[in-house]
Design a protein around this ligand. Sequence first.
Ligand SMILES: Cc1cc2nc3c(=O)[nH]c(=O)nc-3n(C[C@H](O)[C@H](O)[C@H](O)COP(=O)(O)OP(=O)(O)OC[C@H]3O[C@@H](n4cnc5c(N)ncnc54)[C@H](O)[C@@H]3O)c2cc1C
Length: 524
Amino acid sequence: MAIHPDVLIVGAGSAGCVLAARLSEDGARRVALIEAGGPDDSLFIRMPAGLAAIARIKGINWRYRTEPEAELNGRRLYWPRGRVLGGSSSINAMIYMRGQPADYDGWAASGARGWAFSDVLPYFLRAEDQARGPSALHGVGGPLAVSDLRDRCPLAATFIAAATAAGLAENPDFNGATQEGCGWYQVTQRDGERASASRAYLAPALTRPNLTVTTRAQVLRVLFEGERAVGVELVRDGRREEIRAGEVILAGGAINSPQLLLLSGVGPAAELEALGIKVRHALPGVGKNLQDHLDYCTLYQATVRTYDFSVLEALGVLARYLLTRRGPGTSNFAEAGAFARSPGADRPDLQLHFVPAQLDDHGRNRLPGHGFTIHACVLRPRSRGEIKLKSVDPLAPPAIHARYLSEAVDLELLLEGIALSRRIARAEPFAGIRRGELYPGEGVSDRAGLIAAVRAKAETIYHPVGTCRMGTDPLAVVDPALRVRGLDGLRVVDASVMPTLVSGNTNAPTIMIAEKVAAAMRGA
Ligand SMILES: Cc1cc2nc3c(=O)[nH]c(=O)nc-3n(C[C@H](O)[C@H](O)[C@H](O)COP(=O)(O)OP(=O)(O)OC[C@H]3O[C@@H](n4cnc5c(N)ncnc54)[C@H](O)[C@@H]3O)c2cc1C
């Protein structure tokens, strides 16, 4: 481990890998990256369809669960998060999505000065290596490979045809001039392999003498002298140690970064005192403003063979993948999708992910036979939750209160999303393919039945953000340079700083955030 690094980064996830790579480009800066999980050398991480097996690989997933959700029948929802080099980008579905320009303009208007779309676009372009070539909205030569799927499932093409029949326009590029419409997702893959933040950014930087990466070391808290962060305490091989550093950057993600601040005495004073934690710095917004995409899976049985997860583990698929980097092994499952407006909306407020497989309970409940799934989620939910400490034990998971559907409008929109999913599934292109509707179920058509279905089955689609929100008001946790407000030598740089959830998947925006801050720190 580097002796007294200039910068110590906590967490080698989407943001942490970008920071480590970009900051260590300056050979005079000693950078240390600390990751709780281990290396990302598993074939099931590298092979995109390994996604289906990742849930069963021990030790690479924090496997969080929310507290009982009041609007979801008191269910405790499963929240996977990567605990491995690459973080959640090593276990995600690889969809490359930026969101809508208005999202970032909204950030800037809320106090995140310098984060309007015109400000952030250069950092999306800097990150990107777009296989289709450069354009005004796409970059080439960046570390993050963005490509079309090498092989496409014919049933996903049927979805696009059906969505078109249901009235959506076909969109060849969701990150182009407009997001609205239906089409193929682009993926963060290079030559048929997952391009996690670790593979894209960290791996090429590993030989640098000024970069040290330590795995299987969990940071327990930030150390301070007065108002200044001077290092961290961590546990490795069962032993506690302290590392001092010139600056500490928390990049632990939307659950762990606020948890670390709270454990370090930075947060809502009364909550900390109630747990007996000495208040280092009162910051009432820490852990608040939690937002996530709640998702409902409309699920049909099919007359044709679709992906069935055990098939993907079959030797034939594996052998073909290993020999050619082609075939179902390259699938991210969510191959196609759509962005649509609910009645009266001025921009898309619903996202669909089409999966040519029966996806129940995150793929953990394997249903017999074949089928397909249309996920619907509300892009900009109004409901807000929070992360709190349950105990002072830094190794214990924090309490996640997602508070899904606590704002009634989110439920109404989700119902619109299910109605749209059904219109698409019942459109002509699926005739002869579609068999029975498993969820919500053929007989469920009245409002009460649909609401009951949502409460019983809705799940996360894995995009928690906002718990260390940037801004300038009293509840903001970090300023627009992502420095923790009121303290020195401490930043938070990851998905937790987003003031509001972007209209789409969150990996590319998180990478953009880290690119932008690293450039500012380097004066580049
Ligand atoms: C199953 C799944 C599917 C997804 N699919 C997509 C998709 O298709 N497209 C998309 O755009 N987004 C997707 N996402 C979301 C996206 O991957 C995340 O938003 C993004 O990776 C978040 O980046 P981050 O840097 O904030 O956190 P993470 O990438 O989660 O990184 C945090 C890192 O910090 C480490 N860490 C945490 N606490 C400590 C500690 N105390 N000490 C040391 N290390 C610590 C963690 O182990 C982890 O490696 C998905 C997420 C999941 C879980």
